[in-house]
Design a protein around this ligand. Structure first.
Ligand code: KIV
Ligand code: ZN
Length: 529
């Protein structure tokens, strides 16, 4: 900051790539597009949409995001192999502003044991990869993987090669979450000395949270000169996760006067983005999580409550409205009409017309019959639940679950199959939910195994909408699904059937068949990252 204007730090969101590599997360194409649309509303500068070589499904999701999402740069990840880079390019080429991100490890531990090659070969691969990517686009990012554990002199040589070949962003990851803030900052200072050309490109940080330092390390990198932060919503990502987007953004915003830095993020979209990512990934947000945890702005002790009532600043460093937490300006009731609903949905960023508006209106009316005040949180949950209804999926038609403390629970269900026919099933179980899920398995003829099941309330109050998330495994494929309803069993059944539909859609047989049918998809390969 030289003239009092804060320096701009770019937010590179990797929720859909590194975040999606979290165990148990498997988002389907419409879910990824929905998250990407919300990230665009949030105002991120770059969306890393996926790693297209890893599967035809990932390729197609990145391609859909590149074609449908306007605003941010759309980026795809690639190792240095030609087919990786070609797949990345083919997936993002239709974006307004496409980027290829290629990476290669520079630490000796990775070079010797993972890549089983030499430093010379790494230099050659980096040169060839950046040169190849630059044939397609002038927006190329290069990452020396495990940068924080690399010999900085050698890493500098590789970074210089990447710059010579035309890389426009250099990202130095703390891949294993090992570094400390002062070390990471010193590494950047040394790298700038060794590679003066870094001052002419964007330098980026990418930190993992294995020691709980991802945000602190990202800040250290930024204070040392980096102007792009790679992060993920709710901090999801490999192992302990990535730096959390909301934490780094609110840190820069809250301490702007001190740091002289800011981002383009529309912070009022933070709470909603966090809820969407949590809902679709099935990863709950811990209550005490900074910024987006449900207690982040709650004051429990009498002394704190008293202080805040007298003057908010006594115990609050941020205003909850800044992150969009009180979006309850929208309140509808049972007398609200279609027009009011459409206006409320527009305010939330949904353009819902025709048949979709009719369905949304019906679900809104059902809810308004049971719940006095329908808020923005309720509408958001209902509409995204409806949008999740894929055409070729199983649908819950009706269910009957009998449970009491004296009898074994029994469930009977009817499911509309993707071909239109009705399938019925019944089963007993250890509890009502167990019986219900077993009956759904019986109806659809698949033996899925439940791995995780979460229930939460969208708002407070006994009449709140319930939100459920299911993670299951079918024939070695793990998939998740979510459901929303005032009836928790109905929400559970919807979630279970969506997870089953996703598992079948993601099964290798389905992917292979789809791949054969698809004209422009790319070859699948193993991921190493
Ligand atoms: O953590 C890491 O090193 C990565 C790279 C692919 C940037 O995710
Ligand atoms: Zn990473």
């Amino acid at each position: 900051m030289t003239d009092g204007t804060p320096d701009h730090v770019k937010i590179f969101d990797t929720t859909l790539r590194d975040g999606e590599q979290s165990p148990g997360i498997s988002l389907n194409k419409p879910e990824k597009v929905e998250i990407a649309q919300q990230l665009a509303r949030l105002g991120v500068d770059v969306i890393e949409a996926g790693f297209p070589i890893t599967s035809p499904g990932d390729f197609e999701a990145v391609q859909a995001i590149a074609r449908e999402v306007e605003g941010p740069v759309i980026c795809a990840l690639a190792r240095t192999a030609v087919q990786d880079i070609d797949a990345a390019w083919n997936a993002v080429r239709d974006a307004e502003r496409p980027r290829i991100h290629t990476f290669l490890a520079t630490s000796d531990i990775h070079i010797q044991h993972k890549l089983r090659t030499t430093r010379e070969d790494v230099k050659g691969q980096a040169r060839a990869a950046v040169a190849h990517a630059r044939q397609y686009t002038d927006d190329v990012e290069f990452s020396p993987e495990d940068g924080s554990r690399s010999d900085v002199e050698f890493m500098a040589e590789v970074v210089q090669i990447a710059l010579d070949e035309g890389a426009t962003t250099i990202n130095v990851p703390d891949t294993v979450g090992y570094t400390m803030p002062h070390e990471y900052a010193a590494m950047f200072t040394r790298l700038y000395e060794l590679v003066p050309g870094l001052r002419d490109v964007t330098v980026s940080v990418h930190c993992h949270d294995d020691l709980g330092l991802a945000v602190a390390n990202s800040l250290a990198g930024v204070t040392a000169g980096a102007r792009q932060v790679e992060c993920a919503v709710n901090g999801i990502g490999e192992r302990a996760g990535n730096a959390s987007l909301e934490e780094i953004v609110m840190l820069l915003r809250t301490r702007a006067a001190n740091l002289g830095l800011d981002t383009n993020i529309n912070t009022r979209e933070i709470a909603r983005t966090s809820r969407l990512v949590s809902r679709l990934t099935g990863y709950p947000v811990q209550p005490n999580k900074a910024i987006v945890g449900k207690n982040a702005f709650a004051h429990e002790s009498g002394i704190h409550q008293d202080g805040v009532l007298k003057e908010r600043l006594t115990y609050e460093i941020m205003d909850a409205t800044t992150i969009g937490l009180e979006t309850n300006s929208i309140v509808l009731g049972k007398h609200s009409g279609r027009h009011a609903l459409r206006a409320a949905l527009e305010e939330l960023g949904y353009q819902v017309e025709g048949a979709a508006l009719n369905t949304a209106f019906k679900r809104f009316k059902d809810l308004a019959d049971k719940k006095k005040k329908v808020t923005a949180l309720d509408l958001d949950a209902l509409v995204s639940d409806e949008m999740r209804e894929a055409p070729a999926a199983f649908r819950l038609e009706w269910f009957n679950v009998e449970a009491s403390s004296s009898r074994t629970p029994l469930a009977e269900v009817a499911v509309r199959m993707p071909g239109g026919e009705l399938a019925e099933g019944s089963f007993t179980g250890d509890g009502p939910v167990d019986a219900f899920f077993s009956a759904l398995n019986a109806a659809v003829g698949h033996e899925a195994r439940l791995k995780e099941y979460h229930v939460s309330a969208v708002t407070g109050g006994r009449d709140a909408l319930g939100e459920t998330s299911v993670l299951l495994e079918l024939n070695g494929v793990t998939a998740s699904g979510q459901g929303v309803s005032t009836d928790i069993l109905e929400a559970s059944g919807r979630a279970y059937l969506r997870a089953l539909s996703n598992a079948l859609a993601n099964s290798p047989v389905a992917e292979a068949e789809h791949h054969l049918r698809s004209e422009d998809s790319e070859p699948a390969a193993e991921t190493t990252s």
